[in-house]
Design a protein around this ligand. Structure first.
Ligand code: 13P
Length: 267
């Protein structure tokens, strides 16, 4: 069933690409080629390029959301080199939390990711919580259990009503699909979106679980995004490599606008 009210979102995760010198111009180009009011667009540049992207978009396209790629789990303190949620206020309205590259490279645990989620939402940032299984876990038939465990670990300590009010977004990014050119099947991603909302219900979210946008991420391009957006339980994409290319972003957002307009029409 199509849930008429859920946002359709295309979020660009630029990862460790761009500099403060070139990020603003890239954001402007992408913004001008993706003007589709029905789609929520979010650009997540590196921390050091947040101000450049904000300034570049402020006059021409303030509708584009700006996100950070990470946030520290404490509010403040002796954490050399780290960035708190409060520091992001004014620079970003969104933040990615629990990306698999951070789980892998920085040992971020579900518990830690849950703390980050709390800091982000306390600061008024809209969080995109990433979950996803590794190849061997999918091969062993454990994908849903792994993702369910990640969700329980990150969310159990939080009041569902607060996270729902903060507009929590969940991105299902199977680790084996990230940067590999290999995507999940749309049907598998849709089943996982169902499982994700089922876990939210188990965690006490009730009917609010149906309102949580679930994005797919992992080698999404303009050529394959339709497979995911054709699934009523999927609400958009979190895009890495292709999000640095204006042509790709234009194609992805154009396809997303078809889904968004169909949903608005069904509302
Ligand atoms: P790719 O689109 O490059 O596979 O990256 C996906 C991702 O990790 C987005 O957060």
């Amino acid at each position: 069933m199509i849930h008429a009210m859920r946002d359709v979102i295309v979020a660009a995760n630029w990862k460790m690409h761009t500099t403060p010198v070139d990020a603003g111009e890239l954001a402007l180009t992408i913004a001008s080629r993706t003007r589709e009011p029905s789609v929520i667009r979010v650009i997540c540049p590196p921390y050091v390029a947040l101000a450049a992207v904000r300034d570049a978009l402020a006059a021409s396209d303030p509708d584009v959301g700006i996100g950070a790629q990470n946030v520290h789990h404490e509010a403040a303190g002796a954490y050399t080199g780290e960035i708190s949620a409060a520091m992001l206020v004014g620079l970003a309205g969104w933040v990615i939390v629990g990306h698999s590259e951070r789980r892998r490279d920085f040992g971020e645990s579900d518990d830690r990711i849950g703390q980050k989620l709390g800091r982000a939402t306390d600061a008024g940032l809209r969080a995109i919580l990433c979950v996803g299984e590794r190849a061997e876990e999918r091969d062993a038939g454990e994908a849903e259990a792994v993702v369910g465990g990640q969700l329980r670990g990150a969310l159990a300590a939080h009041d569902p009503a607060l996270l729902a009010a903060a507009g929590l977004v969940i991105a299902y990014e199977p680790v084996w699909a990230i940067g590999t050119g290999r995507t999940a099947l749309g049907s598998d991603a849709a089943l996982m979106a169902d499982a994700i909302r089922g876990t939210l219900v188990q965690l006490g979210w009730g009917s609010a679980a149906e309102d949580v946008p679930v994005l797919y991420g992992g080698s999404v391009t303009a050529a394959n995004i339709a497979e995911f957006l054709a699934e009523p339980t999927i609400d958009g994409a979190l895009v890495g490599g292709a999000s640095l290319k204006p042509d790709e972003m234009a194609g992805m957002v154009a396809r997303a606008s078809l889904t968004a307009r169909a949903r608005l029409g069904a509302a």
